[in-house]
Design a protein. Structure first.
Length: 106
């Protein structure tokens, strides 16, 4: 049985509103980004990213569409296949835009 290294991602919604269609992507995953279709306000979603091919640190980006315009932000700058600890993102809203921060507790 082959084990593919994966990193668990928890995305928490602290915006005060329901979120729809949030995407996570990184170099090599651009054509098929990981879609999170819905996160209730105050809720969270868990996903796993396969990271076995990431031999150097890679940027994990979060994007969404607002008024048919793609908004993209850097969510994490050190995604790799050596650190498989759970990564917790907290999405909040500042000036009507989504922002993320990393939390140390899952």
């Amino acid at each position: 049985m082959n084990f593919l290294p994966s990193k668990e991602i928890i995305v928490k919604n602290a915006t005060g509103k329901d979120l729809k269609d949030i995407y996570l992507t990184y170099e090599g995953l651009e054509k098929h980004p990981l879609k999170i279709p819905y996160i209730a306000k105050g809720g969270f979603q868990k996903r796993a990213l396969i990271v076995n091919h990431l031999t150097t640190p890679t940027e994990l980006k979060l994007f969404y569409y607002k008024n048919n315009y793609k908004e993209e932000l850097l969510a994490y700058d050190n995604l790799n296949n050596h650190d498989l600890k759970t990564l917790v993102f907290i999405i909040s809203r500042e000036d009507d835009k989504l922002v993320t921060r990393i939390s140390s507790n899952a």
